[in-house]
Ligand binder design. Structure first.
Ligand SMILES: Nc1nc2c(ncn2[C@@H]2O[C@H](COP(=O)(O)OP(=O)(O)OP(=O)(O)O)[C@@H](O)[C@H]2O)c(=O)[nH]1
Length: 296
């Protein structure tokens, strides 16, 4: 048997067409209210899937958003599928796909479209909310996490250390004589340097490690499950890579950075790890810059 597959773009027009002549006992108001109870995308989709399962037998439902890379999947994928691109006033809201082992009837796809039409407004609100949350944790210049994001990540690591003694290391990275870069080449060039440094640090790290812009020309790197030796090795590599990097559109600018490193220790208070990394940074500055100083 060949798989039946349908693909369609659905927006508010889809709703108007799908509701024409539909006799399904769908509690539109009740569902609309339930869908408005959360701004989190996963619980919203869960509510939608529960309603869908109640109205139409489906083996799987998956959602993905190509703009945010968010994915949601429930159930087991089967051969017969109907797939919709969700749009509202030309805003792309993602793709949703339902599957099962027997074909969907026209009446069923009409009902799916009706349900989707109830989903799209709450979904757009969720996506806008998620974007606002993401933006509040991101530095707009370098597109890496900001200080608020770092504070959250640090709290998570501190809790994990207290509960399971999982070690972590911190690196504080400060660009040397950055004021001189701004004074000599201008603030736009200075911004370019910050972007290049953020990119260089990110490219040097493993995927599991995170870099944040702590403020001004200072960055913090969080290395989970990494001891002091491992952190020093990575810090040396970052320092070297920054000193060799080329700043886009300003190849004449040479940049170096000083790095202070510290790690958790069972004897010392875990809350002081940042303080010690910062102290190590000051020592690196005092000792002549463009170097890594480790403070156990
Ligand atoms: N272009 C640009 N400059 C910034 C930004 N944030 C902070 N700065 C500049 O960063 C510079 C920091 O200078 P200082 O704190 O004196 O440090 P420094 O010149 O790097 O000297 P050392 O750290 O001692 O090596 C100041 O000139 C700030 O104006 C930014 O977002 N963009």
């Amino acid at each position: 048997m060949n798989a039946f597959s349908t693909s369609k773009v659905i927006g508010i027009e889809g709703y108007r067409n799908a509701t024409k002549g539909n006799k399904e006992p769908l509690d539109v108001t009740g569902l609309a209210l339930r869908l408005q109870q959360t701004l989190e995308i996963a619980p919203l989709l869960q509510t939608f899937c529960d309603e869908l399962a109640f109205s139409i037998p489906c083996d799987s439902v998956s959602y993905r958003n190509a703009h945010t890379a968010f994915k949601y999947h429930t159930g087991e994928l089967r051969a017969h599928r109907c797939r919709y691109q969700l749009e509202l006033e030309n805003d792309y809201l993602g793709h949703i796909e339902c599957s099962r082992s027997k074909p969907f009837t026209m009446k069923e796809t009409d009902l799916i479209e009706r349900l989707l039409s109830l989903l799209i407004y709450p979904l757009r609100n969720s996506l806008l909310y998620q974007k606002a949350v993401d933006d509040s944790y991101r530095d707009p210049l370098t597109q890496i996490g900001n200080r608020a994001a770092f504070n959250e990540a640090l709290n998570r690591e501190i809790c994990s250390f207290k509960r399971h003694l999982t070690s972590f290391s911190l690196m504080v990275i400060d660009i040397d004589h950055f004021k001189k870069v701004n004074d000599t080449y201008g603030h736009i060039a200075g911004d370019g340097v910050l972007q290049s440094v953020a990119k260089e640090i990110k490219n040097t790290l493993r995927r599991s490690d995170e870099v944040f812009r702590y403020g001004g020309e200072e960055f913090v790197v969080m290395l989970s499950n990494t001891d002091l030796d491992g952190a020093k090795f990575i810090a040396d590599r970052i320092r070297k890579n920054i000193s060799k990097m080329t700043v886009e559109s300003h190849s004449e600018i040479k940049v170096t950075a000083s790095i202070g490193v510290s790690a958790t220790d069972v004897i010392r208070d875990v809350n002081d790890t940042l303080y010690h990394a910062d102290k190590a940074l000051y020592q690196a500055k005092e000792e002549g810059r463009n170097r890594v100083v480790v403070r156990p």
